[in-house]
Design a protein around this ligand. Structure first.
Ligand SMILES: *[C@@H]1O[C@H](CO)[C@@H](O)[C@H](O)[C@H]1NC(C)=O
Ligand SMILES: *[C@@H]1O[C@H](CO)[C@@H](O)[C@H](O)[C@H]1NC(C)=O
Ligand SMILES: *[C@@H]1O[C@H](CO)[C@@H](O)[C@H](O)[C@H]1NC(C)=O
Ligand SMILES: *[C@@H]1O[C@H](CO)[C@@H](O)[C@H](O)[C@H]1NC(C)=O
Ligand SMILES: *[C@@H]1O[C@H](CO)[C@@H](O)[C@H](O)[C@H]1NC(C)=O
Length: 390
């Protein structure tokens, strides 16, 4: 059965979302179905793939590899369609999560390298590994035994909750880790900056981890209503009610104990201008003494390249309120998240019904609709988009 499927696919093509280096433009194209190259590879038939905020950084021309094109996407679930001869823990027919970073196949001793422990990242072009991407019908995953994890099943594939598990591939793990990076312990009050997918799932994480109060700051009313629907306190910084800092301090005169930045360098102020230090300033202002702040929203500076044509519109430095930060004795942890480290806990929380990250999905689409829905996500008309494959 599996062998027949493999033979049929030789020289076949598949549909994939492709970035060609044109800002605000992705296309759906026929590309070759990837083939297994190494004995440790597995090929996965993708059943669902998500569009991530990181894909927006690419779409806006500022993040990714120096050369284009590449296949987009780094969050998916699917079914193993074929495996290399050395794969042991994964079998044909298994239902798996494909995460935003793959195992390197070796212990990486290059501690000075950014992302040293994260391995290759799919969906960001050649500089991040290979020509992989998850917004496609198939993907070949290297070191499959160590790169993929199983969606729980009682012997048969059950797709009824696969979208919850899909988000362990990046955004749920990233939101969860943002809360951890802030030094969170149960009972803390938390301000989450950004009600995009990561911010919403950071709020969900803080709530299920026992936060006393969770504020979510944004300027998109529909996203704030969603945050409120699962227990967060919405703070719209673009109303007539004052700045985010003023509103939080009115409700929380001593400040919150933790703040989490789920936006990064694309933060905008009230007049919709990019202001990359806005959230760092606000976090230091609203966080109480001996508290903690963190950033999991991306900060990046690529330079203008074929793959990142507007990469020189970002800044490598942002102004930091060091005096206030020092006097309060705050901690600050920032950086990319190795999602594999959280996979066991998050899988259990979903399996037991404690976590329900799929609650943030606004649209399920066919891959042919991806260009339109990239645009809608960029315009904040969608909260989270999932591409389903038949
Ligand atoms: C996107 O780019 C392709 C060429 O790669 C072009 O055919 C298409 O019209 C562009 N779409 C938009 C919306 O600009
Ligand atoms: C699939 O999983 C859901 C919830 O996880 C459960 O309610 C349902 O009975 C399962 N279906 C099958 C066919 O096992
Ligand atoms: C304005 O902010 C206060 C607290 O600062 C809050 O209680 C109130 O609900 C807010 N009103 C609106 C319309 O957001
Ligand atoms: C704030 O509201 C004004 C008026 O509706 C609008 O022009 C502006 O773009 C909004 N800013 C943001 C960040 O949404
Ligand atoms: C970015 O690079 C492009 C092409 O090299 C150049 O035209 C543009 O002026 C640069 N923009 C900035 C903000 O440096």
């Amino acid at each position: 059965m599996a062998l027949n499927a493999t033979l049929l696919l030789l020289n076949a093509t598949m549909r994939a979302v492709v970035w060609s280096g044109i800002p605000f433009n992705v296309t759906v194209q026929n590309v070759p179905v990837p083939t297994i190259q190494a004995a440790t590879d597995a090929r996965v038939r993708i059943t669902a793939a998500a569009i991530c905020g990181t894909d927006m950084h690419t779409y806006h021309g500022t993040y990714g590899s120096d050369s284009a094109p590449w296949i987009m996407g780094h969050e998916a679930v699917g079914i193993i369609e074929s495996i290399g001869s050395a794969v042991q823990n994964i079998q044909v027919g298994d239902h798996v999560v494909i995460p935003d970073s793959f195992d390197l196949g070796e212990l990486n001793m290059a501690l000075a390298e950014p992302w040293a422990n994260d391995g290759a990242a799919p969906g960001l072009g050649l500089d991040y590994g290979e020509f992989y991407g998850c917004q496609a019908e198939y993907i070949v995953v290297p070191f499959a035994d160590h790169s993929l994890w199983h969606i729980p099943s009682n012997g048969a594939v059950n797709t009824s909750r696969e979208i919850d598990y899909l988000f362990t591939s990046d955004i749920f793990a990233t939101g969860w880790s943002g809360v951890s990076y802030s030094g969170f312990v149960p009972g803390d009050s938390v301000a989450i900056f950004g009600a995009g997918p990561v911010g919403l799932l950071a709020a969900h994480s803080a709530i299920i981890r026992g936060a006393s109060r969770v504020y979510v700051v944004d300027h998109v009313e529909q996203r704030l209503e969603l945050a409120e629907s699962f227990g967060a306190i919405p703070i719209n910084f673009n109303g007539t009610n004052g700045t985010a800092v003023e509103q939080i301090m009115r409700l929380e005169p001593d400040g919150v104990t933790r703040s989490v930045d789920c936006v990064g360098y694309e933060a905008v102020n009230k007049i919709n201008e990019r202001q990359s230090n806005l959230i760092i300033m606000d976090m230091v202002a609203v966080t109480s003494s001996r508290g903690g702040i963190s950033s999991v929203g991306v900060y990046t500076h690529n330079g203008a390249t074929a793959g990142t044509p507007l990469g020189n519109t970002t800044t490598p430095n942002v102004e930091f309120p060091i005096v206030n930060f020092f006097e309060k004795g705050l901690t600050y942890r920032a950086g990319p998240v190795d999602v594999k480290l959280n996979a066991p806990q998050l899988t259990h929380l979903i399996e037991t019904g404690v976590a329900n990250p799929a609650l943030i999905v606004s649209s399920f689409i066919d891959i042919e609709q991806a260009p339109e829905y990239y645009r809608r996500f960029s315009d904040h008309l969608e909260t989270k988009i999932v591409i389903r494959f038949p």
